[in-house]
Structure formats: C-alpha cells, structure tokens
Design a protein around this ligand. Structure first.
Ligand code: RIB
Length: 301
C-alpha cells in the first residue's frame, strides 16, 4: 500500500554554522561539521511519512558511506526504499552554511541524483497502482521530472510539483501540477515576468496552466490559488534555529494530506504548521515532527 510516491533527490547535507556568509576570496572559521540526511526528494518523503502517509521514494544513491547513512535514516523515518537504485556515482551531497538568523546557503553536488533517469522511473511505475499523489522536485534530470509527471497523470495520480531549484517547465508538465509549490523567487523565475504581488504571481501561474498553485512565504505562511480563488494561510510564530528543509517539510506534508483526502485549504493549514515546527531544530529530516506533534500544535491554536 502506497499513498505517496516521491521521485527526487537524496543528499548527505554537510552543515557548518558560520557567523556570516563569506565574501569572495575570504576564509572564514565555522563550527564543527555536522552531517544530516537531506536532499529535497528524500526530505519530502521523510516529511510525508512522518505525517502518516505510506510513502515510497524513487531515487539513486551511491554505493558509499553517505548512501548507507541516508538509507538508515530514511528507514527509521518509515520511508519505503523499494524504489531506490544503487549507482556507480557518489551519493549526492549538499554543502550548507547556516547563519545565526537560521538562514542557509546551499550548494548541491548532484552525484548519483543525475543517474535518476526515465528508465529508473519506468521500472518502478508498476508499483504505483494504489498511489494517490506523486511528488516531484527539480534536483534530478528535467526529462525524468517531465516523464514522471505524465506517467502519474495518465494513471490518475495527483501531481504535486515543487519547482526547486527553479527552472522553466514545459506546458504539458505545468498543466498537471495540482498544486505547483514554489517560493516567491521560484514563482518569478517560472513566470518569467513581473506580476502584481503574490496574488499576481499565483494568478499568472494559474493562467500559464497549473491546476492549482501554492506560494510559500516563509514566516508569513502561504498563499494558495485554484478554481475556488486565491486564499492565504497565515504563518505561525516560532523560534528560528535553522530553516533548512522547512520548504520540503511543507511539500511532504501537503502531499500526505492530499493523499488522505484533505481539501487544498486543509492541506496547506497542516503543512504551514508542520514546516513551522521544523525551524526550531537543526537539519532537515532531523527536525521533522511526527503527526501527533503537528496535531497538538494546531489544536493549541
Ligand atoms: O531543501 C533543503 C535541501 O536542499 C537540503 O537538504 C539539501 O540537500 C538540498 O537538496
């Protein structure tokens, strides 16, 4: 039984806390290095599983220590790794600098993620019979994203696409996004022009073909739009330690809720709460709470 299939990246996150971002040519001393499980796809799968969704990850790991580390952490989060391929490339890594305000700068070395090709996805599709939602993000080859979106749509599986990092999407892929989830910067990149505020960005992406759109607004929550109009879910006041992976928690939580039959409004409300809870702890997956914690947080108002 699978509720949510995530086709995406997996990285070992090499994290150093720094007092500020270094300038070009500058050497800065930071904290001891900490390695966390990461990668947008793996993070989204972990978030969906923590939120209670039966979740399968389709990804590529290298046959190395980082691959073994990711496997162990994702299994502990209850993610089905039956769709993970071992390939002859190093497991993806991300170099992450975190500043005292909790913000990060990330450089990804895709490694094995670059081997997640159309054939790897096709080989997994027969196992998607009872899946309700497919989650995609953009740290894997573009052709793989487009193929997986089309394959899911053809099977009646709802497509949640997180266009991060942003790159233009072909109209056929945009047309099956329900929702397309982006931050403000990604929304502008996809739209390719200025728009009137967040509402204008969301409307522009709907007009471009997406079935529904969610724009994440960090501490200010999210704005979302579909045929029912444009609505906002306010942010929640929390202490910020590290925002890494908060957007992925939002995507995974949204997918899980939609797979459970929630309306977009309810899914976004749950996802805002879950992602807010992640920023109080370090790392991406390492900071994701279980469903019961999110429900208590929501009940507390
Ligand atoms: O969105 C956060 C993630 O981006 C990190 O875990 C890092 O691996 C990069 O993929």
């Amino acid at each position: 039984m699978t509720d949510v299939v995530v086709v995406g990246s997996a990285n070992a996150d090499l994290v150093v806390e720094v007092p500020r971002r270094p300038a070009g040519g500058e050497t800065l001393l930071g904290s001891d290095l900490v390695v966390h499980p990461g990668g947008k796809g793996a993070n989204q799968a972990a978030a969906s599983a923590r939120a209670g969704g039966a979740t399968r990850l389709v990804a590529c790991f290298g046959d190395d220590g980082n691959g073994a580390f990711l496997r162990e952490r994702l299994e502990a989060a209850d993610v089905d790794l039956g769709g993970v391929w071992m390939v002859d490339r190093p497991t993806g890594t991300a170099i992450i600098l975190v500043t005292p305000d909790g913000e990060n700068s990330i450089v990804v070395s895709p490694g094995a993620n670059g081997a997640l090709d159309v054939a790897a996805v096709e080989a997994d599709e027969s196992g998607w019979a009872d899946a309700r939602v497919l989650v995609l993000s953009m740290e894997i080859p573009a052709a793989t994203v487009d193929h997986a979106a089309a394959a899911a749509a053809a099977r009646g599986i709802r497509v949640v696409l997180n266009a991060a990092p942003a790159r233009p999407l072909p109209p056929e892929t945009l047309a099956v996004c329900d929702p397309l989830i982006v931050n403000e910067h990604e929304a502008r990149t996809l739209l390719g022009r200025e728009a009137d505020g967040f509402e204008g960005l969301a409307q522009g992406l709907l007009d471009a073909g997406a079935r529904s759109v969610v724009i994440t607004l960090g501490a200010d929550g999210a704005l979302f739009a579909d045929a029912g109009g444009i609505r906002r879910e306010p942010g929640r006041l929390v202490r910020v330690v590290d925002t890494t992976g908060a957007g992925d928690a939002f995507v995974g939580a949204t997918a899980c809720e939609l797979a459970r039959g929630a309306a977009l409004d309810e899914a976004v409300r749950f996802a805002v709460a879950m992602s807010a809870l992640t920023v109080g702890a370090r790392g991406a997956q390492s900071s994701y709470p279980d469903r019961s914690v999110v429900e208590r947080f929501l009940a507390a108002g």
